[in-house]
Design a protein around this ligand. Structure first.
Ligand code: GLN
Length: 276
């Protein structure tokens, strides 16, 4: 079958199932399987069968990113699949902020709740500085480790399989030793967990749910990890769009002076502070 024809068949299957970007998703699946051939080139029967299987998974609501097995973030490719949060474009902004800061200060950084490792790997490779990342879930940690190798960041990124609230791992970092503490923790509140988009429901609850008000991780993380920052160090977290004021308050409770930054859709998305 010619690729162009396969695209229209799969796009129809997807749009009939109510998939929002049916044409885009069909093209992504086909280019993944065919190795990016041109629209008028042939797809073998085996290749088409594989594409069809993937399209059927997509039609059932599985995220395109899991089906493809990888997704781009900040110009690099990260392995993803069931059990790990898919890197989001909003999180690139957190990286940009950290990179700008770290290029001025130098030093080491940490990324808490690393997931795929997209923040740790990006910040390390863009600055040439050492970044440690802590991830609790075994499955996500597996992706983190793979993504470090995949992006040739072995000498700059350390992946730690642990709980960010565990004293044993916290004590591995000396007080005042870090130039940045970064995190995109789980921050979805109980009410919003009930109305998650179909695709997001496939992502790990551990990476999404931040307790009743979605703020559990910030409340526990800030007091424990702020001590690890050096003077002029950056604490920066991603937040849910309605959490700006509440997270600023948590920053103030540990004597940081917070600033909230909006994402490109105009929603509050990052809170950061420089330790004085
Ligand atoms: N940005 C994700 C979402 O809105 C949430 C990720 C998180 O909780 N850190 O689906």
């Amino acid at each position: 079958m010619v690729i162009r024809q396969a695209v229209s068949l799969l796009a129809k299957l997807l749009s009939d199932a109510g998939t929002a970007d049916a044409d885009f998703d069909a093209r992504q699946i086909i280019s993944e399987v065919s190795g990016k051939k041109l629209p008028f080139e042939e797809l073998s029967d085996e290749q088409y069968a594989l594409c069809l299987d993937m399209a059927k998974r997509r039609a059932k609501g599985e995220p395109l990113q899991y089906i493809l097995g990888s997704w781009d973030f900040y110009g690099r490719t990260f392995s993803v699949g069931e059990g790990v949060l898919i890197p989001r474009p909003e999180t690139e902004q957190l990286c940009a902020l950290a990179i700008e800061h770290l290029k001025k200060t130098g030093g080491k950084a940490i990324d808490l709740c690393s997931g795929s490792g997209c923040i740790a790997v990006t910040v390390a490779l863009e600055t040439g500085l050492f970044v440690s990342g802590i991830e609790l879930s075994d499955k996500a940690y597996g992706y983190f480790v793979r993504n470090i190798s995949r992006n040739n960041a072995n000498s700059l990124v350390e992946a730690i399989n642990a709980d960010i609230f565990d004293e044993a791992v916290i004590s591995r970092f000396a007080d005042g030793s870090l130039s940045a503490v970064l995190s995109n923790p789980p921050y979805i509140c109980s009410a919003d967990m009930k109305t998650l988009q179909r695709e997001v429901q496939h992502e790990p609850r551990l990476a999404l749910f931040g307790g009743e008000d979605g703020l559990d991780y910030y409340k526990r993380m800030l007091p424990l990890w702020v001590k690890k920052l050096s003077v002029n160090g950056l604490f920066a977290v991603e937040i849910g769009e309605e959490q700006g004021a509440a997270v600023e308050e948590i920053f103030r409770s540990v004597s940081l002076s917070p600033v909230t930054v909006k994402d490109y859709s105009g929603h509050d998305r990052i809170v950061f502070a420089i330790k004085q």
